[in-house]
Write a protein that binds this ligand. Structure first.
Ligand SMILES: NC(=O)c1ccc[n+]([C@@H]2O[C@H](COP(=O)([O-])OP(=O)(O)OC[C@H]3O[C@@H](n4cnc5c(N)ncnc54)[C@H](OP(=O)(O)O)[C@@H]3O)[C@@H](O)[C@H]2O)c1
Length: 354
């Protein structure tokens, strides 16, 4: 049973920035006939949370209006579940649900798994939390939307971010050649340890020429696919081979101001440009999104995916604003993980820290 009150970060109206966040005492989430109640052990702030609190995300127009509890990615332990659910009390789970910046969250899972999965064997809850929904998002973007094939080269922008580190590992597991693009040396070092041989920094002008030079060494005119979670479509097109594909996943670098791209550039490259929106795809095609989760989970359980947990330690709901600040100033590599409560998997050796 959840207590009558819990700590959480409640958004009563949109804020100017995360510096205005308040920790509140709020009632625990309501439980319906199709919901799991989960005691949160860990939560990971993401770029989406920074947008949600300020009302800058596309979902803020319809699905995500105040009041709501902030936070999306979590790991935790099931407290109660419907009798027909594949999850049982005591199961360690992770996934995505609105309201993860709190001590408890409830998730509507229908009669299946919804957006929650069991923590893979040998993983801690902290590691599962760091992967959160990023695995399913990046798998859907690369495999379903961009149709990445074995032997192709994919350029991953924002490769040291929460989505990016997982996208690189998924692409490697699919047998692709990966070029990671990052903003600093620390992120580049983590990517190299992950097995990404080619890493390019995008802080210097003309970085796109470095990508093209890497491809020229292989006798190719450009990359086959670009995974863009940063918002650099013009640069993506410059790096692309004729007939390549760009999958647009997000706009981390745009601060709400969208890029205007000349249509002639798309024509000249014969490029395919496709957007991938995981949440909306799941609302419209739940069975496809379920299959995407399943395929990603196979990769995780086969040992192809290692969580990248940012080294700084955060404890309690009260530390979430500090983790958001570190994310905001781009210190975080992979995901910052905030410990909310005791984790029954914590004895498992953290073998996947890079
Ligand atoms: N399509 C979907 O379904 C979906 C799902 C989840 C998230 N998203 C979106 O995907 C994007 C990335 O999410 P994420 O969780 O991976 O974010 P993240 O963990 O913050 O990573 C974003 C990366 O972008 C790079 N970046 C470049 N310029 C930046 C700037 N001005 N501000 C912040 N970061 C900047 C940073 O790397 P460097 O410091 O190395 O440049 C950072 O590592 C966001 O726009 C998010 O809304 C989309």
């Amino acid at each position: 049973m959840a207590p009558s009150q819990m700590k959480g970060i409640l958004i009563e109206k949109f804020l100017k920035s995360h510096h205005e966040l308040q920790i509140c005492s709020v009632p625990p989430p309501l439980i319906g006939t199709n919901t799991l109640l989960i005691r949160i052990t860990h939560t990971s702030p993401t770029h989406v949370d920074l947008l949600y609190l300020a009302g800058k995300h596309q979902n803020n127009r319809r699905h995500m209006r105040p009041p709501f509890i902030l936070g999306t990615d979590f790991a935790g332990t099931v407290v109660s579940s419907p009798a027909f659910s594949p999850f049982k009390p005591g199961d360690n789970v992770f996934g995505v649900a609105q309201g993860a910046f709190a001590e408890y969250v409830s998730v509507d899972v229908g009669k299946g798994y919804g957006s929650v999965r069991r923590v893979p064997r040998g993983w801690t809850n902290a590691e599962a939390c760091a992967v959160g929904v990023s695995g399913a998002v990046s798998y859907g973007a690369l495999a379903a939307a961009a149709q990445l094939q074995k032997g192709e080269t994919v350029l991953v922008l924002g490769a040291g971010g929460g989505l990016g580190v997982i996208a690189c590992q998924i692409a490697l597991a699919m047998g692709a050649h990966v070029i990671g693009v990052v903003g600093d040396k620390e992120k580049a070092a983590v990517l190299r340890r992950m097995g990404v041989e080619d890493v390019v920094g995008y802080n210097l002008p003309g970085w796109e020429d470095k990508v093209k030079a890497l491809m020229a060494e292989k006798g190719k005119e450009g990359v086959d696919v670009v995974y863009d979670s940063v918002g650099k479509v013009e640069s993506s097109l410059r790096c692309l081979r004729y007939g390549g594909r760009v999958v647009i996943v997000g706009f981390a670098a745009r601060n709400g101001v969208m890029e205007k791209v000349g249509m002639n550039r798309i024509l000249l490259k014969g490029a395919g440009v496709v957007g991938y929106r995981f949440g909306e795809h799941g609302r419209r095609h739940p069975e496809e999104t379920e299959a995407i989760w399943d395929e990603f989970m196979k990769m995780a359980e086969n040992g192809n995916i290692k969580a990248v947990v940012y080294e700084e330690r955060y404890k309690g709901v009260q530390d979430i604003p500090r983790a958001l600040e570190d994310l905001h100033v781009r210190k975080v590599i992979g995901r910052a993980v905030v410990t909310i409560s005791e984790d029954s998997s914590a004895q498992t050796v953290n073998s996947s820290k890079l």
